[in-house]
Design a protein around this ligand. Structure first.
Ligand SMILES: [Zn+2]
Length: 449
């Protein structure tokens, strides 16, 4: 190893994020914010800072969360880049990708992207990339947005709840996929069917069962089928965000076997929470698609282990506490969205550990795979040439979720009081610990092929 190093980490437990690679003892050498070398733990080397870690912690690649609603500019009262990225760092996340719909303006033109970038600039504690949006009428604007550096595009097939972000119909989705195929980009789809939901009606009142009945699995299943056929016909790459319905897993698997370019993610809440435990009026649990039954949750775990689901993303979707209607307890009126950016790793690790899933696999789902998906070639792994982004994680330590310790702007959480396994001790971005004081995060743009 070279001697001109900023940082040398000697750790008995390192999970590299490489496919199939188990935990092992390693020395990690860092210079100029990048990983210079990874070698045996006792490799001779000197550095300005040497971090000797104990066997109570594991060094993971910094996590990549490709599904975050930062809501800035325009709805900074809901979240904002400063609070979102501070929460991310506290959760071991070193890169997040912001969704195009909860800001004003929505990120549907290159100009709107420039406005968003300047809003984010200088206040991010971790790296931030951006998805662009596809809405009816902006198909001619996708290429300029792509050239301006968005990592890919997002659309809805049902009401998004954002005035500046109307849904596409199946035909428009297919046309968008054809354009993005030629650009070499991807279309992320919120797969709930407007048509199916029109028939199930609106939720009213405090009953969770009542809310669930308005968004049955069929609402997702129908939309997923539409996404599959649009991807098949266009030969574009479609990605299903936040899959909750386990019914859709066999459809996704068979479409892939047939060569359809399709990927899918699920979220910590679908892997941890169950409809059975949600009390009436508990609107902190409201999200869409909804949290379903325990049996559905187990099938999602099977889908992850089988590789039908590619990775896990938070779908951090904040609002004010008033919008969550914690007092009113009406599932119809409450904001649909769960904020879990800071808690994603312990939530997933708690459930994974129960099921005998190793941390190396979790790192694949929360670092390597989302980095590959978002086209971030320097992220998601501990290997030479990669950014020196790490999460120092104590996997056997437990804690009780205290909303007061969350850095989200509004610490409303369905996980309050829950006992979770795994504590993020520190987060390192480009070789330096993120301190929450000096924002050193960079704004990421798509790397030209
Ligand atoms: Zn979302």
């Amino acid at each position: 190893m070279t001697v001109d190093l900023e940082l040398l980490i000697r750790a008995p437990r390192v999970v590299s994020g490489e496919r199939g690679e188990p935990e092992q003892a390693r020395a990690i050498a860092v210079s100029h914010g990048r990983i210079e070398a990874v070698g045996p733990v006792d490799s001779p080397a000197a550095a300005r800072t040497v971090l000797e870690l104990g066997s109570d912690v594991v060094v993971l690649p910094g996590l990549i969360d490709p599904h975050v609603h930062a809501c800035e500019p325009g709805n900074t009262g809901w979240e904002g880049f400063a609070t979102a990225t501070r929460a991310a760092a506290a959760g071991g996340v070193t890169t997040l990708v912001d969704m195009p719909l909860d800001s004003v303006p929505t990120t549907v033109t290159a100009q709107a992207l420039a406005i968003k970038r300047s809003a984010a600039d200088g206040q991010c504690h971790v790296d931030v990339g951006f998805w662009g949006g596809v809405i009816p009428g902006n198909l001619g604007r996708l290429e300029p947005l792509h050239k301006a550096g968005v990592l890919g595009f997002k659309c809805f097939l049902a009401n998004s709840g954002s005035e500046g972000f109307p849904p596409l119909n199946a035909r428009q989705m297919r046309d968008a996929l054809a354009i993005l195929r030629d650009l070499g980009s991807v279309l992320l789809v919120h797969a709930e069917s407007a048509e199916a939901m029109a028939a199930t009606g609106e939720a009213h009142g405090p009953s969770y069962a009542g809310y669930l009945a308005t968004r049955p699995r069929g609402v997702e299943n129908l939309a997923v089928a539409e996404v599959i056929e649009a991807a098949r016909a266009s030969r574009g790459h479609a990605h299903i965000v936040h899959l909750s319905s386990s019914d859709a897993l066999p459809m996704i698997a068979s479409a892939r076997r047939e060569g359809v370019r399709l990927t899918a993610e699920t979220c910590p809440h679908y892997l941890a929470l169950t409809a059975e435990e949600i009390g009436d009026g508990a609107t902190a649990f409201k999200c869409s698609p909804p949290v379903r039954e325990a049996a559905n949750r187990e099938l999602l775990w099977d889908g992850l282990r089988a590789g039908i689901l590619d990775f896990i993303a938070s779908d951090h979707s904040p609002s004010t506490a008033a919008m969550k209607e914690l007092g009113g307890s009406d599932f119809g009126a409450a904001w649909g969205g769960i904020s879990s950016l800071q808690l994603g790793l312990p939530i997933v690790w708690t459930e994974a550990h129960h099921r005998g899933v190793p941390l190396s696999q979790v790192a694949g789902w929360m670092a390597r795979a989302p980095a590959e998906f978002a086209g971030l070639p320097a992220k998601g792994r501990i290997a030479p040439g990669f950014d020196a982004d790490f999460c120092i994680f104590a996997p056997d330590e437990t804690f009780v979720v205290d909303p007061k310790r969350l850095h989200h702007r509004h610490p409303v959480t369905p996980y309050a009081g829950r006992n979770l396994r795994g504590v993020v001790r520190s987060t390192i971005l480009r070789g330096e610990v993120v301190d929450g004081q000096r924002p050193r995060g960079q704004l990421l743009a798509r790397q030209a092929a």
